[in-house]
Design a protein around this ligand. Sequence first.
Ligand SMILES: [Mg+2]
Length: 246
Amino acid sequence: MILTRLFLPLTLVALSLACAGTPAPVAAPESQRAEPSPGYEILWVRDAAEYEAAVVQTYRLAGERLEEAARDREAGTWAVILDADETVISNLEYSIRRAAVGARWSPESWLEWALAKEATAMPGAREFIDGVHRLGGRVAIVTNRSEEVCAATRENLEAVGIRFDHLRCRREGEKRKDSRWREVSSGEGTGLGPLEIVMWLGDNIHDFPGFDQDARDRGGAAFDGFGDRYFVLPNPLYGSWEPDWD
Ligand SMILES: [Mg+2]
């Protein structure tokens, strides 16, 4: 590969000199080549060791930070909030299937996928969640999956070994997660009593309180909580960074 990269340009120069007077064919720069199908974002999540390393690294660092946070807290008084999709479970297979028919997310295909309960556990998620329980914390999964697929999601999570104490899906009319996080704090409808939320994990900036895509305009200090009480997982497949995200 390296030799090809070194010698190909030289070969092209030699050919163009040999054919002086006739324009030499020029190979398209790599950046202008057509994107493969499935696209690079899917290939990165599916194939790149860097993706799995980044996910595992995030969960490990979150676990270490949590050990410190748990030291001063009584067991059963605190919780960690996690998002579901692309945080504790992966829907990569859904993206691959959609790409195979030249499409992305649609309400119908998503409903079918979610009801099929085929999402897989994200690397490092089970170990982290087991660690939360071992340290005396509760695990609340707050997801934007709709009520319609909540029972299937519960079964899917349980089937892949994600042990949670509370699962809260999105009800009609709900958009952001703030009110659902407050329920975890107050204990309203959770059956867990009031809990101090000590950490949030997610793949979307909306998984973190007070955050929106404008965080980058607010300067580096806006991200001070990350690596401390906020931990974000990489997701190049979709997100609120997309221009047409609702
Ligand atoms: Mg998510």
